[in-house]
Write a protein that binds this ligand. Structure first.
Ligand code: OGA
Ligand code: NI
Length: 361
């Protein structure tokens, strides 16, 4: 029986490559294998150039040490940024340029490890604290994405690979500094919603919040217009902070158009993610975004998803619902349940009361 089974013609599978990096380095080809082809998907969408209406900029130093007037102005800007865009750039924060550079260099060293060594970290489940791989969600995807990744849980427990040397220390410092930025932002965002400063921190049990450190590695691609780094999706935490290596590729969907986002060195890009949408009962919506690739340079980005505690039940803040026009628009569930449902692809019907299009991780 077993041998008869193995004689059957097998469906066309991608060759057994473990990373896009290895594929690019081994073939040096001028075209991409067809299972990386996303062209029809890209053509669907209008592409806008840089925004004439630029991504909002928030000076976080004014929230920390500004006059009461500067603080309330900044909270107002933050409220507009979250409701009009769902993303913003943060300046004057404490994630120093040298720390970001060191973090990117360390991730580069990780991706440069021999494929065999990286395999040790190949987790399969969304709850594995360290996961390295390629594509996006291997159990569900029909095609591959032009992207390798390493994801580690950084909080409440800190996990990282034990190589390359120094990686762990830099990753810990980088994660902590980003978390401090988010702590300040969540206080200001709570106030912008008319809630007390510590509201989100308490409602999400942020002291035990899950923080996921994710590095994306997008090798230069010989046919960038056919491939996609990460297709359109929403992030699942409360807020995501993101930096890159100076090579652009991130786009956000704003007013039904895709906008390129350039993230200068020393600036953090911040996105509203699903759990802030849930908590604010849709006042602040998570933003759709995607990553394109190019044929000139490898792009690296580092995203930190800052989420609620895994076992805290998340729901719209009761203070923001109540009257007829403001019914709770999201069902209650824990962050863990949300992540697990998302993995099975059954989230959309549970996440929203209406039938909005499904969301990928
Ligand atoms: C992500 C993501 C975008 C980028 O990791 O969730 O959206 O620019 N990354 O790499
Ligand atoms: Ni994302």
């Amino acid at each position: 029986m077993a041998s008869a089974m193995s004689m059957k013609a097998s469906p066309v599978h991608p060759p057994k490559i473990t990373t896009v990096k290895a594929l690019v380095e081994s073939t040096g080809s001028s075209s991409i294998p067809s299972f990386y082809n996303f062209t029809p998907y890209l053509r669907d969408e209008p592409i806008a150039g840089d925004a004439e209406d630029p991504v909002p900029i928030i000076d976080i130093s004014l929230l920390v040490s500004g006059t009461p007037e500067q603080q309330s102005q900044t909270i107002h800007q933050l409220s507009k940024a979250c409701s009009d865009w769902g993303c913003f750039l943060v300046i004057n924060h404490d994630v120093t340029e040298s720390l970001t550079k060191a973090m990117i260099a360390s991730f580069q060293e990780f991706f440069d490890l021999p494929e065999e060594e990286k395999k040790e970290y190949q987790g399969n489940h969304v709850m594995d604290p360290i996961r390295c791989g390629t594509g996006f969600n291997p159990s569900m995807d029909k095609a591959n994405y032009w992207r390798d990744f390493l994801k580690c849980f950084a909080h409440p427990e800190f996990h990282t690979p034990n190589k390359p040397a120094g990686f762990s220390e830099i990753a810990l410092e980088f994660s902590k500094r980003n978390r401090e930025v988010v702590t300040v932002l969540l206080k200001a965002i709570s106030k912008s919603l008319g809630l007390e400063e510590s509201y989100i921190n308490k409602a999400a049990n942020f002291e035990l919040g899950l923080q996921l450190l994710a590095a994306n590695y997008y090798p230069a691609c010989p046919e960038p217009e056919k491939a996609i780094g990460i297709p359109a999706h929403y992030d699942h935490g409360l807020l995501t902070t993101l930096v890159n290596n100076g090579v652009s590729g991130l786009q956000v969907k704003h007013k039904e158009k895709w906008f390129n986002v350039n993230i200068p060195a020393n600036v953090l890009f911040v996105q509203v993610a699903d759990h802030l949408e849930i908590l604010s009962n849709g006042k602040y919506k998570s933003i759709a975004h995607r990553a394109l690739v190019n044929n000139k340079a490898t792009r690296m980005s580092i995203a930190l998803a800052h989420g609620p505690a895994l076992d805290t039940v998340m729901m719209p803040a009761p203070e923001l619902v109540g009257n007829e026009s403001d019914q709770p628009a999201y069902v209650e569930m824990t962050y863990r349940e949300f992540l697990e449902l998302q993995q099975t692809g059954r989230l959309s019907s549970k996440f929203r009361s209406d039938t909005e299009q499904s969301k990928a991780v």
